[in-house]
Design a protein around this ligand. Structure first.
Ligand SMILES: NC(=O)c1ccc[n+]([C@@H]2O[C@H](COP(=O)([O-])OP(=O)(O)OC[C@H]3O[C@@H](n4cnc5c(N)ncnc54)[C@H](OP(=O)(O)O)[C@@H]3O)[C@@H](O)[C@H]2O)c1
Length: 321
């Protein structure tokens, strides 16, 4: 079958190991089932994999991709929850120390077919297209958990989102606006700031620009490039929720500010199957839809990876099969 896979790993030139070609059909283990992929979306995780983060040489070739929407073995429309917890784990899957994402040990979703645990399938409502549904399981689910489970964002609360145009960042903006929060964003580019305003953000600032007032909550996925600004932007008692470090680890944790201002720094990772179901319901009931920047055939996946590597994205990049 056609698949997009990592054939080698290169930290400096991740796309040198990206291959689009034939891979073996999935071979589901007991309790797993095969999904016929209709659409799959790209995440920064796929670039990390090509750099060898979370993926060792011994697991190559590895089909990339965490997100998919498609048809189950009975022809039902489904969304794949990509957090694979161990069989004996009960409760919040994201707290399972042995959890994995598709494409870390088992082949991922950028393929015509993918094997997943049957318990990881969530029904796709007809209101969402396969392309929209394929955006939800990683970037959008991460944003949902950051805002509502970890950040406890409530209507009217001022929230700063670092980065305006990334997959997680656009999801944060759209979901926080839908929840009635006052959303401020930062971005390196004027076009991307304008895009965030068109999604309902109240104000948009240049990355690193001093804010007119401090906020209750900051959403961080950028890391080193924005960390100090995030800490400086919080009110006393404020909360920083972090789920990524695209530009690397912060030079300084800003500890004096953290303790003097009694700030909370909270980690967040992916989300549970139950949170994915709630996110899907929210999309249907509130008319919220993922922002799709580009839809490309799977065979043209390299174009999408190049756009993500250069930061030329405003929302999600989706591959159709
Ligand atoms: N923990 C988890 O479960 C989880 C889940 C999903 C994602 N993540 C992580 O979250 C990060 C974002 O993922 P994504 O898929 O949304 O990636 P993406 O689509 O490539 O977005 C990258 C974001 O980073 C911002 N950015 C990049 N370089 C910057 C710089 N030098 N200064 C300021 N902003 C910069 C961009 O903002 P502008 O272009 O607007 O400036 C954009 O919003 C990745 O590191 C990913 O691994 C973690």
């Amino acid at each position: 079958m056609l698949a997009v896979f990592a054939s080698s790993i290169d930290r400096k030139d991740p796309l040198s190991g990206l291959t689009v070609g034939e891979q073996p059909e999935p071979d589901p283990q007991p309790g797993w089932t095969t999904v016929t992929v209709k659409a799959a979306s790209l995440n920064h995780h796929d670039l990390w994999s090509l750099r060898g983060v979370g993926l060792g040489e011994d697991r190559l070739p590895m089909i990339l991709g965490c997100d998919a929407a498609g048809l189950d073995a009975d022809g039902n429309e489904v969304i794949v929850h990509s957090v694979i917890s161990s069989d004996e784990w009960r409760g919040d899957e994201t707290f399972d120390p042995r959890r994995l994402l598709l494409s870390e040990k088992d082949p991922g979703t950028l393929a015509e077919r993918v094997a997943v645990p049957a318990r990881n399938l969530v029904p796709k409502p007809p209101e969402l297209s396969f392309e929209e549904a394929a955006c939800l399981p990683t970037a959008w689910l991460t944003a949902y958990r950051m805002l509502f489970t970890r950040g406890k964002v409530v209507p009217g609360m001022p929230v700063l989102v670092q980065g305006a145009a990334g997959g997680v960042a656009t999801a944060l903006v759209v979901l926080a606006v839908a929840a009635g929060a006052r959303v401020w964003v930062t971005s390196r580019s004027e076009d991307k700031r304008a895009h965030a305003l068109s999604l309902g953000a109240e104000r948009a600032f240049e990355s690193g620009e001093r804010l007119p007032e401090r906020v209750d909550v900051v959403m961080e996925t950028v890391g080193k490039a924005t960390w100090e600004h995030s800490i400086r932007s919080l009110k006393p008692g404020g909360t920083l929720v972090v789920s990524g470090a695209t530009t690397g680890d912060a030079d300084s944790a800003q500890l004096s500010r953290v303790f003097f201002l009694q700030l909370s720094v909270i980690g967040s990772t992916m989300g549970t199957r139950e949170e994915l179901e709630r996110l899907v319901r929210l999309c249907v009931e509130k008319g919220v839809r993922p922002q799709i920047d580009k839809t490309l055939p799977l065979a043209s996946a390299r174009e999408g990876f190049e756009a993500m590597l250069t930061g030329d994205v405003a929302g999600k990049i989706v591959f159709t099969v």
